[in-house]
Design a protein around this ligand. Sequence first.
Ligand code: ZN
Length: 269
Amino acid sequence: MSILDNNKGLKAEVDKVAEVAGLLWAKGWAERNGGNITVNVTEYVNDAMRALPAICGARPIGKTLPHLKGCWFYCKGTGKRMRDLARRPMENGSIIRITDDCAHYEIVADAPVAPTSELPSHLAVHDYLLAKGSQYRASLHTHPIELVALTHSRKWIEKDVATRMLWSMIPETKAFCPRGLGMVPYMMPSSVELADATIRTLDEDYDVVMWEKHGVFAVDTDIMDAFDQVDVLNKAAQIYIAARGMGFEPEGMSDAQLKEMSEAFGLPK
Ligand SMILES: [Zn+2]
């Protein structure tokens, strides 16, 4: 028995999270318990689910997030591995609902799996997205090898320098990650400063934000789309590295060719 049994829509969303978790592991981006996923699943919650009792007492989020009143989230569990979540999403993650004071959550799930320790920062991002009327419902943090490697050089941390290079490797990168890669300088993992800087950078109009020497944070309509944005960026980084490995600096598409892409596909940048 699972709370997903009579809810096809919710089950499909959780299955997508499990599929992405497996891809993160297969790509080598999710060592040990690395990475986090949270998805706003409120639209899939039906009356039967709303009537279910919580399986733990209300716990503080650590922040008051006024736009999350009545919202429900699937969250990866704290200390859990992506490769385990891929096979057993309700043993390695749980569904939570935000209480009416917008400062606590309760677990309504198959097992009382405590959500990620990054919950306050992830929920702050969801609060920000709802406040601005965004349709984005998923957030992903992972450690894509080549993108993280780029941030070990000052040159690539400058605003939009990596974006320009990555977009110019193949046309699809700009088409499928049309806002590019925002940059956040190194900050302590889990810190309030890092969460605040991430929201500020998303607000500058990026869907994917790079945390220097750490990983990416991506948002999109669902978790598969968030994954795809990171995947196309990392692919572009791999093409750059392949060219450098062949002993030359890749030419890259020209400014005119990048502009032509934006015009043809109505891209935002
Ligand atoms: Zn991390």
